[in-house]
Design a protein around this ligand. Structure first.
Ligand SMILES: Cc1cc2nc3c(=O)[nH]c(=O)nc-3n(C[C@H](O)[C@H](O)[C@H](O)COP(=O)(O)O)c2cc1C
Length: 493
C-alpha cells in the first residue's frame, strides 16, 4: 500500500480495517457499483460487508485469489462468487455462441442471419486468424495495480475503448430487441452505435439507452434528401452525438445462410422501423408514423407473416407495402460515392465516421475529405468473402505516413471491428493503431440468451478480460499500448 490508496489484489484486509478505495475512487453511479463488485462488497466505512472473516462460508470469500482491482476486472470476483456459473453458461466465446444457437433453435433463419457470413466464411475465419499472427510480450514487476482503461473519442471520455457495433433487426433475436441492447449499454456507460436497420425507432432506442453512455447513429441513407435530412434531424433531437456512415453495404452480400432459407426480414417490414417511424417518409406514403406498439415482435416468422398477409391483416399488409417503398430508398443496389458522403458531412454538425473502409487509399481519401473518423471493418466477413481481414487491413493502413500524421494531429480517429471476441483481441487491435473497437456478434449472442442482462454479461466478459490482460502484460492505460505494437507485440513466427 505504498501510495496509501489501495490494497494489492491478493492481500486480504483484516476485518474492521479501514480499506482505502480501489479505482475508481468513488462509485459515481449505480452502474459503477454494478461494474465493480469490489465496491459492492464494502460497507459504508469501507469494511468488507458480505465476505471476509465474518463470512459464514469461507469458500465464498473470493477477495484473495479472485481479487482484481479495476473498474471492469472486478467482475472476476462476481464470477468466482457465483457457484451457479455465468449467466451465459460460460465465459468462453465459442460456448456462448453454441448456447445462443441452441436458444434460437426454433428460428433457424434468424440464427443463420446472425451467425452467417458471406460466401464460404473465409473472411470471417481470416478475421479471427489474423489476431493469432500477433503475440503480446508481457512485461513484469511493474506496478500496474491501478488500471484505468478510459478512452476519449471525439472529445468525450468513455469508461473503456469498447463500443457496441450496429446490428440490425434485433427483434429477430429477442422480444426486447434493440431496447435491451440500449439499456445494457446505458447501464454500463458503454457507447452504443444504433443501426439504421433497427427494428425499433431511433427515439425509443434513445429513451431505453438513457443519458449515460453516449450513442451514435449509423445511417443507411435514403436516396431522397428529404428523408435523409429528416433522419439526421431526428437523430440530433434524440441525442445521437456522432453519425456513422456504413459504406460497405450498398447491397447485402452473398450470404448462403440467408439465401438458402429465403431469410430477408426487411421485406416483411422487420428492421425498417427507422423508416416507418419517420414523419417525412410516412407522410409521402399518406400514413402516420408507426407507433412503438406496431414494432415487430419476436420471433420473426416469415410463414406466419405470409398467412396474415393473405388474410388481409391490416398491419401486416401495411408493413409489407411500406417495406417495398423504404427498400427503394436504402440498401437497394445504388452505389453511393464520396459526393454523397459530402452531403451528410454538410448536414451533420457532429463527428462523421465512415464504417467499412479497408484500403489504405480509401482511408487517405477520407482524410482529404475532412472525415472525422473511420471504422476499419469488413462487416464481420458478411460482405466480400475472400477480402482482406480487418486486422491485416489495419496493419497496412497504419503504415501510411499520411494516416499516422492525421491520427497524431488528433483530428482523425481510427476505430476497428470484425473479429473482436476477447480482451487480448482488443489489446492487439489497439496496439496496432486502433483507438477504439466495436463489439459485434458476441453481444448479440448475449441478447439471444438473456436479453439486457445477457448483453451486459457479454460486454463485461470482454472488458474484464481486457483489463486483466492489460495489467498482466504490464500496462496501466490504453495510452500505454495504443499504436505501440513495436513495443508490446511481436509478429508470431
Ligand atoms: C446480424 C448482423 C447485423 C448487422 N447489421 C449491421 C447494420 O445494420 N449496420 C452496420 O453498419 N453493420 C451491421 N453489422 C456489422 C457489425 O456492425 C460489425 O461490423 C460486425 O458484426 C463485426 O464483426 P463480428 O461480429 O464478427 O466481430 C451487422 C452484423 C451482424 C452480425
Amino acid at each position: 500500500m505504498r501510495d496509501g490508496r489501495s490494497s494489492e489484489p491478493g492481500i486480504t484486509q483484516p476485518a474492521g480495517t479501514k480499506r482505502p478505495h480501489a479505482f475508481p475512487p468513488h462509485p459515481t453511479s449505480a452502474s459503477d457499483l454494478y461494474c465493480n463488485p469490489a465496491l459492492t462488497t464494502m460497507s459504508q466505512d469501507g469494511t468488507p460487508a458480505t465476505a471476509g472473516a465474518g463470512s459464514p462460508d469461507p469458500s465464498q470469500d473470493q477477495r484473495s485469489y479472485g481479487a482484481s482491482v479495476g473498474r471492469w476486472s472486478g467482475y472476476v470476483r462476481e464470477l468466482f462468487s457465483n457457484p451457479n456459473g455465468p449467466l451465459l453458461g460460460s465465459v468462453e466465446p465459442d460456448k456462448i455462441e453454441e448456447a445462443a444457437r441452441e436458444k434460437l433453435k426454433d428460428s433457424p433463419g434468424a440464427w443463420g442471419f446472425l451467425y452467417g457470413n458471406a460466401g464460404t466464411g473465409e473472411t470471417h475465419r481470416a478475421n479471427r486468424n489474423a489476431f493469432a499472427r500477433w503475440q503480446i510480450v508481457p512485461r513484469m514487476l511493474r506496478d500496474v495495480t491501478h488500471r484505468n482503461v478510459e478512452t476519449t473519442l471525439f472529445g468525450v471520455t468513455y469508461p473503456s475503448p469498447l463500443l457496441i457495433a450496429p446490428i440490425g433487426a434485433q427483434s429477430c433475436f429477442h422480444p426486447d430487441a434493440e431496447l435491451a441492447t440500449a439499456r445494457a449499454a446505458g447501464a454500463l456507460n458503454v457507447p452504443l452505435v444504433v443501426s439504421g436497420a433497427s427494428s425499433r425507432s431511433l427515439e425509443a432506442i434513445a429513451d431505453a439507452n438513457g443519458p449515460n453512455s453516449g450513442r451514435w447513429f449509423q445511417i443507411y441513407w435514403p436516396r431522397s434528401d428529404v428523408y435523409t435530412l429528416s433522419l439526421l434531424r431526428r437523430a440530433k433531437a434524440s441525442g445521437y452525438s456522432a453519425l456513422v456512415v456504413t459504406v460497405d453495404t450498398m447491397s447485402i452480400g452473398w450470404r448462403p445462410a440467408d439465401l438458402d432459407r429465403a431469410f430477408l426480414p426487411f421485406v416483411h417490414g422487420v428492421g425498417i422501423q427507422v423508416g416507418l417511424s419517420d414523419p417525412e417518409f410516412m407522410k409521402a406514403q399518406g400514413k402516420e408514423p408507426h407507433a412503438e406498439e406496431d414494432a415487430p415482435q419476436f420471433p420473426y416468422d416469415a410463414a406466419k407473416i405470409r398467412v396474415l398477409y393473405a388474410q388481409g391483416d391490416r398491419l401486416t399488409r401495411e408493413r409489407v407495402e411500406l417495406a417495398a417503398a423504404w427498400g427503394k430508398e436504402v440498401v437497394n443496389g445504388t452505389y453511393r460515392t464520396w459526393e454523397d458522403v459530402r452531403f451528410l458531412r454538410k448536414n451533420w454538425e457532429g463527428p462523421v465516421v465512415v464504417k467499412g473502409l479497408l484500403a489504405v487509399q480509401d482511408i487517405e481519401i477520407a482524410i482529404d475529405e475532412g472525415i472525422d473518423g473511420v471504422i476499419v471493418s469488413n462487416h464481420g466477413g458478411r460482405q466480400v468473402d475472400g477480402s482482406i481481414s480487418s486486422l491485416v487491413a489495419l496493419e497496412r493502413i497504419m503504415k501510411s505516413q499520411k494516416v499516422k500524421e492525421a491520427q497524431a494531429s488528433g483530428k482523425f480517429t481510427i476505430l476497428f471491428d470484425s473479429g473482436i471476441r476477447t480482451g487480448s483481441d482488443i489489446f492487439r487491435a489497439l496496439a496496432l493503431g486502433a483507438q477504439g473497437v466495436l463489439l459485434g456478434r458476441p453481444y448479440a449472442y448475449g441478447l439471444v440468451i438473456a436479453g439486457q442482462a445477457g448483453v451486459e454479461a457479454a460486454i463485461k466478459n470482454v472488458l474484464a478480460d481486457f483489463e486483466l490482460t492489460l495489467g498482466l502484460a504490464g500496462h496501466k492505460t490504453v495510452a500505454d499500448i495504443q499504436g505501440k505494437a513495436d513495443e508490446v507485440l511481436i509478429r508470431a513466427e
